[in-house]
Ligand binder design. Structure first.
Ligand SMILES: Cc1ncc(C[n+]2csc(CCOP(=O)(O)OP(=O)(O)O)c2C)c(N)n1
Length: 565
C-alpha cells in the first residue's frame, strides 16, 4: 500500500468532506500542512491575523450552510483563533479549526510556541481532539466534521502535533465514525407535537419566536408557510433575522433591547410563545421576571439543554426545527382552521395597529447625516438583495433595524459574543462563499480598527467586499450608555480623528470614498456597489446619534426609552 504524510492525509480528508476553501495563517508547526496545500486544489485565503481567519470561516459557514474551516500554527497562532472559536460556539456555527502543535515528545515541556489549546478551548468547542497517532487522522477529521455540522452546530478543534503531520501513513486507511454517546434527536416527540398543535389552536394571542436555529436547519420556508396560513405573527431574535421575511405583514421584526416596540409589547401581551431555535438571550428577555407574564411557552430546540434554561416551558419539543415545524403544521391544520383564526382575529388587528403606531423612527427631516438614513439607502440601492455583515455596537443595531431582510443567510452578525471586529473578516468569508452576491460590512470605526489588517486580506485576494463605515468618532454604543446612565461622562470612548480611513483603504490598495453630506449618500453607495473592488465608504455620521428604542439594562422589555418626536 502506498504511503503518504500525515499532512497529505489531512488534505485528502478535507477534500473528502467537500472542503473547497480554508482560511488560515502559517507557522512552524503547520509548515508540513501548508506544504501539502501547495499541491492541492483547495483554495487557501491568507488572513492577516488568525482571528480574522476564524471569523472568515464563520462568515463563510453562515452564508453557505457548509462547515467553515480555519487553520493556524501552534501557541500564539492557536490562541489568536480563540475569539473566533468562541464566537462560533455562542452562535452555533459549524466550524472546524485545525491547529498545529509541538511534537508529541515535547508536549508538556513548555516547548517553543506550545499552548494547551485543547485545554483552552474545551469550554468553547463542541468537541476537540489532540491527535496522537497518525492513523487516527481520517477518523478524527471525519468525526470532527460530523460533530460540527449535526445536532446543534458548533466549532470543533483538531490539534495536530507537527511530527504527526510528518509521519508516514497508509494512503487507503478507512475511517469509521463511532460515537455511541452522540445521537442528536431530529424528529420531535409526536405526542408533544400534537399537544402543541392543540395549544396553538386554542390560544387567542400566539406569537412565534424565531431564532438562528430556524435558519441553520433550513426551516425558514416551512415557518413562513405555517405562520402565513395559521395567521400567527413572528418575532425574531438578532440571529433569527432573515428567517421570516420582514415585508410580510405578520413580521413583528426583532424583539429585545433594541427591538421594535410592537414586538416587545407583543411579548408582554401574548398568551402563547412558540419558540423555535431561539434561546431567550438576556438581550431579548430583559428582566426575566417580567418577561412575557401571561404566556405559556412551547419551546422547540435541537439542544435539550436550552429548554427550560431561562424561561419555564409547558411543552418542550426536542428536535430539528424543520422536522418539528413540518409535523406541527400538519397536526395544526388537521384541526378546524377557521375556528382558530376567528379566535385570533382581535389579536392580529391589535398588532397591526401597533405596527402602524410605533414604527422604527429617526429624524428623517434632519439635514444631518443619520445612520438610519444610510442603512435605508443601502437597502434601496441593493434592492434588499445584499448580504449584510455587521460589526458590533450601534452600527449593528442600525443594520438590524433599518435594512429589510427577506431571506435566510443574508444577515451575518455576532450575536452571543458580540465581537467587535467580526464584520470585516466575516464579510471576506461571506463573499468567498457567495461570490455572486453583493456583500457589505456595515461597520463602526472602533470595531473596524480592531481588525483593519484584514483589509489586506480582502484586497490581495480580490474579494470585493464593501465596507460602509458609520463613523461617529466614538465607541458609540458605550458612549450611548455613558450618556444615558452615567451622566454623559464619556470616559475613554472618544476615538475621533485617530485615522483617515480613506487613506487607510487606499494604502491597502482599495478604493475610499468620504461622505459628509446627506446628498452624497446614494451616489456613494451606488459607486461602491458597482465597482468590482474593495471599497470603503467613510460616512461621517452625526456623532451623538443614539439607537432607539432601547430597554434599559435590568428593565422589563415593554418599558422602552424612545426616540423623541
Ligand atoms: C472585542 C470587544 N471589545 C469590547 C466590546 C464592548 N463594546 C461593545 S459596543 C462597543 C463600541 C463599538 O464602537 P464602534 O465599533 O465604533 O461602533 P458604534 O457603536 O460606534 O457603531 C464596545 C467597545 C465588544 N463588544 N467587543
Amino acid at each position: 500500500m502506498s504511503k503518504i504524510t500525515g499532512a497529505q492525509m489531512i488534505i485528502n480528508c478535507l477534500k473528502q468532506e467537500g472542503v473547497e476553501v480554508i482560511f488560515g495563517y502559517p507557522g512552524g508547526k503547520v509548515i508540513p500542512l501548508y506544504d501539502a496545500l501547495y499541491d492541492s486544489d483547495i483554495k487557501h485565503i491568507l488572513a492577516r491575523h488568525e482571528q480574522g481567519a476564524a471569523h472568515a470561516a464563520d462568515g463563510y459557514a453562515r452564508v453557505t450552510g457548509k462547515t467553515g474551516v480555519c487553520v493556524s500554527t501552534s501557541g500564539p497562532g492557536a490562541t489568536n483563533l480563540v475569539t473566533g472559536i468562541a464566537n462560533a460556539y455562542m452562535d452555533s456555527i459549524p466550524m472546524v479549526a485545525i491547529t498545529g502543535q509541538v511534537s508529541t515528545s515535547e508536549i508538556g515541556t513548555d516547548a517553543f510556541q506550545e499552548a494547551d489549546i485543547t485545554g483552552i478551548t474545551a469550554p468553547i468547542t463542541k468537541h476537540n481532539y489532540l491527535v496522537k497517532d497518525v492513523k487516527m487522522l481520517p477518523s478524527i477529521i471525519k468525526e470532527a466534521f460530523y460533530i460540527a455540522s449535526t445536532g446543534r452546530q458548533g466549532p470543533v478543534l483538531i490539534d495536530i502535533p507537527v511530527d504527526i503531520s510528518q509521519a508516514m501513513v497508509d494512503e487507503n486507511i478507512t475511517a469509521e465514525i463511532d460515537l455511541p454517546g452522540y445521537k442528536p434527536t431530529y424528529k420531535g416527540n409526536q405526542k408533544q407535537i400534537k399537544q402543541a398543535a392543540k395549544k396553538i389552536f386554542e390560544s387567542k394571542k400566539p406569537v412565534i419566536f424565531s431564532g438562528g436555529g430556524v435558519i441553520s436547519s433550513g426551516a425558514s420556508q416551512i415557518l413562513t408557510e405555517f405562520a402565513g396560513k395559521a395567521k400567527i405573527p413572528v418575532i425574531t431574535s438578532l440571529l433569527g433575522i432573515g428567517s421570516f421575511p420582514e415585508h410580510n405583514p405578520l413580521s413583528l421584526n426583532m424583539a429585545g433591547m433594541h427591538g421594535t416596540k410592537y414586538a416587545n409589547i407583543a411579548f408582554t401581551e401574548t398568551d402563547l410563545i412558540i419558540a423555535v431555535g431561539a434561546r431567550f438571550d438576556d438581550r431579548v428577555t430583559g428582566k426575566v421576571a417580567g418577561f412575557a407574564p401571561h404566556a405559556d411557552i412551547i419551546h422547540i430546540d435541537i439542544d435539550p439543554a436550552e429548554i427550560g434554561k431561562i424561561v419555564n416551558t409547558i411543552i418542550p419539543i426536542v428536535g430539528n426545527a424543520k422536522d418539528v415545524l413540518a409535523d406541527l403544521s400538519q397536526r395544526f391544520f388537521e384541526l378546524d382552521n377557521k375556528k382558530s383564526m376567528d379566535r385570533k382575529k382581535l389579536w392580529i388587528d391589535f398588532l397591526m395597529d401597533l405596527k402602524q403606531k410605533y414604527p422604527l423612527m429617526y429624524d428623517k427631516d434632519s439635514p444631518n447625516l443619520k445612520p438610519a438614513y444610510i442603512v435605508e439607502k443601502i437597502y434601496e440601492v441593493t434592492k434588499g438583495e445584499a448580504i449584510i455583515c455587521t460589526e458590533v455596537g450601534q452600527n449593528q443595531m442600525w443594520a438590524a433595524q433599518f435594512y429589510n431582510y427577506t431571506k435566510p443567510r443574508t444577515f451575518v452578525s455576532s450575536g452571543g459574543l458580540g465581537t467587535m471586529g467580526f464584520g470585516l473578516p466575516s464579510a471576506i468569508g461571506a463573499k468567498t462563499g457567495r461570490p455572486d452576491k453583493t456583500v457589505i460590512d456595515i461597520a463602526g470605526d472602533g470595531s473596524l480598527q480592531m481588525v483593519s489588517q484584514e483589509l489586506a486580506t480582502a484586497v490581495s485576494n480580490n474579494i470585493p467586499i464593501k465596507i460602509m463605515l458609520l463613523n461617529n468618532g466614538y465607541l458609540g454604543m458605550v458612549r450611548q450608555w455613558q450618556e444615558l446612565f452615567f451622566n454623559k461622562r464619556y470616559s475613554h470612548t472618544c476615538i475621533r480623528e485617530c485615522v483617515d480611513f480613506v487613506k487607510l483603504i487606499e494604502a491597502y490598495g482599495g478604493v475610499g470614498i468620504r461622505v459628509t453630506d446627506k446628498n452624497q449618500v446614494e451616489k456613494a453607495i451606488k459607486e461602491a456597489v458597482n465597482l468590482d473592488k474593495v471599497v470603503l465608504v467613510d460616512f461621517w455620521i452625526e456623532a451623538e446619534e443614539n439607537v432607539y428604542p432601547m430597554v434599559a439594562p435590568g428593565a422589563p422589555i415593554n418599558e422602552m426609552l424612545e426616540w423623541k418626536y
